[in-house]
Design a binder for this molecule. Structure first.
Ligand SMILES: [Zn+2]
Length: 549
């Protein structure tokens, strides 16, 4: 059978267990060393003569449901070396705890593992649950001291910035893109800092970075041998920024689009309200909104077709510019006016129950499950989704308004439309159009169809997006020429920037590596930063990120 000391202290073969006592939820283990002789901590000469004894208390790993405290009998020895500066010394118990520590090494490493996973306060709560209660401060101190594992030098490095304090100070995150590990956090985003790190860590063969000049410069000087690769996601961000500047310059276009949208919604309500007898239109359901949006999109295409036709464009050219097939173009041109799609007045199965739902809602019932049961009792036999959707429209109403007021509000709200911000409009241009909601697509179409230069900007933006996401390196030269020739100064300057960084951008379209991972790590960093409740000073955050990877 395994002796109990070997079982309890596998790494301390010389320890003797003398006594176990229990007080409340704590076990006290009285232990001492079985060694007869101990080497002096200064001169290392073996000493045998005991000067005195005292007890050292160490918190240890908990056992079963008990907290465990070691009462270690420590001997103080006379040094046997007459020339030694130390007359007496205490035996060290290095296998158990570091000098002057109040806990065993194994408890310290368990606690810092908890702190690594959970961060400050949650870890402190967890430490109580596992019978090793410590304060947040202690945990953070332990975390700061835990050794960071050695890692082989990275060959493929992702570099990105992250905000230490939002919008004020920035740091740099370095990720080993092959091993999927964080390699280092640097306290700023200066070229010199990256350069110094790269110089101290040779062997990097490929550096994926954004287009910020500082990283390019730092990488060039610190690792001249490495292939630099512009990060593809950042290329799209560069495009977004260029478009944002374009829309800032042409901000009146955005207001005009909003006004048009407003007119459309208010006028179409007069025509489209299904129940003319009702003085106030019912709140628009998401389906109705989608129908409206689809109609608006068709209408704006129709108008674009007519406009181009008046300017003398051929049917083929119109079809290509507006993105319709030629039959549709021909049909539009031969029709006497905008061809409405007539649908039978589509009514929701929920319509007969809406008054009841509004009434219950006004009474304060908010439990969807409960309302569903009540609807079922009243004969509603259809799906739950439309009920959820309808309740969501009710939820968006301010509290304490009557049903009729709610209807009025809904009508007013659907008819007003705030102008897109330059940033929002830029995103609409960069996005994959298939991922847009219909309402967004309507607004996008209005912008690109009614303004020739925006139409061109849109075409260039989409070509760029496809080129970057599909890594069409052979298209790059042609795209740059088109942008240069476009007369859109924001896109011209994007092209100039890319020419300046041409090798790295071309490499971005030719290699598989992407900083997507680095972005992921930045998100993890943000998450950990939030968990640390503002205690996250740089060292600590760095420690936790390197430990967690
Ligand atoms: Zn000595």
């Amino acid at each position: 059978m395994l002796p109990i000391t070997t079982f309890l202290f596998p790494s301390c073969p010389d320890l003797l267990l003398e006594e176990i006592t229990c007080e409340g939820q704590t076990l006290f283990l009285k232990v001492r060393s079985s060694k007869k002789a101990v080497a002096c901590s200064l001169c290392e000469k073996v000493a045998v003569k005991v000067h005195s004894r005292y007890t050292r208390t160490l918190a240890d790993l908990s056992l079963l449901e008990y907290a465990v405290v070691l009462r270690v009998q420590v001997r103080r020895f006379f040094c046997s070396n007459p020339t030694c500066a130390r007359t007496t010394f205490a035996e060290p118990f290095a296998d158990l705890a570091v000098a002057h520590a109040r806990r065993t090494s194994r408890q310290a490493s368990r606690l810092s593992a908890i702190a690594k996973e959970l961060g400050g306060r949650p870890a402190a709560r967890e430490s109580k649950n596992v019978q090793m209660p410590v304060s947040v401060h202690t945990l953070l101190r332990l975390l700061r001291r835990s050794p960071v594992p050695d890692a082989p030098p990275p060959r493929v490095l992702g570099v990105d910035d992250w905000s230490i304090r939002k919008g004020q100070t920035y740091g740099t995150i370095l990720v080993d893109l092959q091993r999927h590990r964080i390699v280092e956090l640097l306290p700023d985003r200066e070229a010199e800092t990256l350069e110094a790190w790269l110089a101290a860590h040779p062997g990097v063969e490929l550096i994926s970075r954004d287009r910020a000049g500082a990283y390019a410069q730092g990488a060039r000087k610190g690792a001249p041998q490495a292939q630099q690769v512009t990060d593809r996601f950042h290329l799209l961000l560069n495009l977004r920024d260029a478009l944002k500047r374009l829309f800032e310059r042409k901000h009146e276009v955005l207001q005009e689009e909003a006004d048009q949208h407003h007119e459309f919604l208010t006028s179409s309500e007069e025509v489209d309200t299904p129940d003319k007898a009702a003085p106030i239109p019912a709140p628009l359901t998401p389906t109705a909104l989608q129908q409206q949006a689809r109609r608006a999109r068709r209408l704006s295409r129709y108008e674009a077709v007519m406009h181009l036709h008046q300017q003398g464009a051929s049917q083929v050219a119109i079809a290509a510019l507006v993105g319709l097939n030629r039959d549709t173009v021909r049909r539009y041109l031969t029709a006497s006016g905008f061809p409405e799609i007539s649908r039978p007045g589509k009514r929701s199965h929920l319509d007969p129950y809406k008054d009841y739902l509004q009434q219950r809602w006004a009474e304060g019932e908010r439990k969807v499950k409960r309302l569903l049961v009540e609807l079922r009792e009243r004969g509603y036999r259809q799906g739950e989704t439309i009920v959820y959707e309808y309740l969501r429209t009710l939820r968006q109403q301010p509290e304490g308004v009557s049903a009729s007021e709610m209807r009025k509000n809904a009508a007013v709200r659907s008819a007003t439309q705030t102008a897109l911000s330059a940033r929002e409009a830029a995103w609409l241009f960069v996005c994959n159009p298939q991922k847009l909601r219909i309402a967004q697509a309507v607004r996008l179409d209005h912008l690109r169809v009614t303004h020739e230069d925006l139409g061109l900007a849109y075409q260039l933006a989409q070509d760029f997006r496809v080129m970057v996401t599909k890594r069409q390196v052979h298209v790059l030269g042609r795209w740059l020429e088109k942008a240069k020739a476009s007369d859109i100064k924001e896109l011209q300057s994007l092209a100039t920037g890319i020419y300046r960084d041409f090798d790295a951008v071309r490499a971005a379209l030719a290699t598989e590596y992407s900083n997507g991972q680095t972005e992921g790590k930045v998100n993890k960093l943000k998450c950990i930063k939030r968990q640390m409740y503002g205690r996250a000073n740089f060292d600590l955050l760095r420690q936790r990120m390197l430990l967690c990877g």
